[in-house]
Design a protein around this ligand. Structure first.
Ligand code: FAD
Length: 452
């Protein structure tokens, strides 16, 4: 007998309950990934993620081959292709990870229906994508937590499932044909500094960071130039590392740094449980406040291209263009600048981020944008981040700006944050724009609109 393990956001062989359950259910397993046309149709098919995905699939195939198996790849409609594969190998069960976006939920429903019509069963597994399944902890009388602190208290008190070992052998039936795996160099429009994907890479990154960076994470995580965070977000997005395993391994180490890291992983679960309960929050305000957003095409273009004239904002946006990734502190500032200082709809910014971020994720991206914009569950919705204050605290020597804004690379020290204050001759020699707006005008405009 055979079963199908449908890989989605869990592109790994270690600690994978989907693969384990499929192996336990039958003698042979078809490890399947479908490049879904629905993802492209939904405008979610960004080059950086496609390139990273190519790495992940190649690595997954290699890991399966080392164990006597292979990856079966199909292209088309995920529900139809999965049913076709199940029929080809006579599988009674298809195993898949539970996930939260509207897209993932529709995928699950359709797949369940199509499989049932052929007498087959869909088995959905929890705690594969997140550490704790959405809905596992809820406040009394409500289906989700809207505020992080009480959520985290309950989250931290829960025992996670144990970590699962990678299988030793995977037997795959001869039958199902596979399309050729995509290759990273074939993807165009990729950011030049994009990180490499794949489970091997993700595990190596965590191992290295656990030794070198995790201990000091609590003090260093906001240091923009220090770049001291784990950079595991793309691996968590594609599931090449497991959130459950990261929590276990960080907790075993213990201490302030690991605790702070685990808390960030809980933020990821937190946003997933919000989206699971409110799938429409990916596009609609979580707490509608009747904002009459401005829409100035030139300002938006300047923000996207990193030429607002505020060096820290521009450095953030250039890092995004170059790497397809941005430091969390930079994301907060860039998003606050767009939604508050420029008073532009958060959806405009979220879309741009999704077009570029290699970790671009409906739950984390859309809900963090709403959090910053004040339409979501932030407990301080009227806070406006000031790029100059943020610069003083998180890039005091200006190194992050010099790294990402080459026009300013010759300006020494913290003066790089205020090029408009440089002596006229020095200023004239810089090919760098004047500030797009006055910061206090922007903040006042936002607060006035909120008072209406
Ligand atoms: P670390 O600091 O090492 O943290 C470890 C992990 O915890 C991260 O990999 C991530 O999975 C999780 N995490 C940390 N902070 C958050 C957070 N605020 N919300 C949810 N999870 C968190 N993260 C994404 O994964 N995808 C996105 O599309 C995304 N968009 C964002 C948009 C905005 C406007 C903001 C403010 C934040 C966004 N984040 C997003 C959250 C956060 O910025 C990134 O997860 C983090 O910068 C990734 O770097 P890291 O892996 O080095 O994080």
């Amino acid at each position: 007998s055979a079963s199908v393990a449908l890989f989605t956001a869990d592109l790994r062989i270690h600690d994978n309950p989907v693969l384990r359950a499929a192996l336990d259910a039958a003698d042979e397993v078809v490890p399947l990934f479908v490049i879904d046309e629905g993802v492209r149709a939904a405008g979610f098919d960004a080059p950086n993620r496609r390139a990273f995905l190519a790495d992940c699939l190649a690595d997954l195939d290699a890991a399966l081959r080392e164990r006597g198996g292979r990856l079966v790849l199909r292209t088309g409609d995920v529900a139809e292709e999965t049913c076709a594969v199940a029929a080809e190998c006579g599988a009674r069960q298809v195993h898949v990870a539970g996930d939260v976006s509207g897209y993932a939920q529709r995928r699950e429903e359709r797949l369940q229906r199509l499989l049932a019509s052929g007498g087959r069963e869909l088995c959905v597994h929890d705690a594969v994508v997140t550490a704790l399944p959405p809905g596992e902890v809820t406040p009394q009388g409500r289906d989700h937590f809207a505020v992080f602190t009480p959520y985290f208290r309950r989250w931290a008190a829960k025992r996670l499932r144990p970590v699962l070992r990678a299988p030793r052998r995977v037997r795959v039936p001869e039958g199902p044909r596979s399309a050729a795996l995509p290759s990273r160099p074939d993807v165009t429009g990729v950011s030049p500094g994009l990180a490499a994907g794949g489970e091997k890479e993700g595990r190596a990154r965590f191992d290295a960071w656990r030794k070198s960076g995790m201990k000091a994470y609590a003090e260093n995580h906001d240091d923009l130039a220090g770049d001291a965070t784990s950079r595991l977000s793309p691996h968590l997005h594609f599931g090449t590392v497991s959130a459950v395993e990261l929590v276990h391994r960080a907790s075993e180490t213990g201490g302030e740094g690991p605790d702070a890291f685990v808390r960030q992983l809980a933020w990821r679960d937190f946003h997933h449980q919000v989206l699971a309960a409110r799938p429409r929050a990916s596009q609609e305000d979580y707490r509608p406040r009747g904002d009459r957003w401005r829409h100035d095409g030139e300002e938006i273009a300047a923000w996207r291209e990193g030429r607002t004239g505020y060096p820290l904002v521009d450095a953030a946006m250039r890092q995004l263009l170059h790497e397809g990734w941005m430091h969390n502190r930079a994301r907060l500032l860039a998003a606050s600048f767009l939604t508050k200082t420029l008073y532009t709809d958060w959806r405009v910014g979220a879309r741009h981020f999704l077009d570029l971020l290699v970790d671009g994720d409906v739950a984390n991206n859309q809900l963090n944008w709403q959090w910053v914009a004040g339409t979501g569950n932030d407990t301080r919705p009227n806070r406006v981040l000031n790029p100059l204050t943020q610069a003083k605290r998180f890039d005091p020597h200006g190194d992050y700006v010099r790294r990402w804004v080459p026009e300013l690379a010759g300006v020494e020290g913290s003066a790089v944050h205020r090029p408009w204050k440089l002596p006229a001759r020095e200023r004239a020699g810089l090919d760098y724009p004047e500030p797009l707006v006055d910061l206090s005008d922007g903040a006042e405009r936002f607060l006035r609109a909120r008072d209406r």
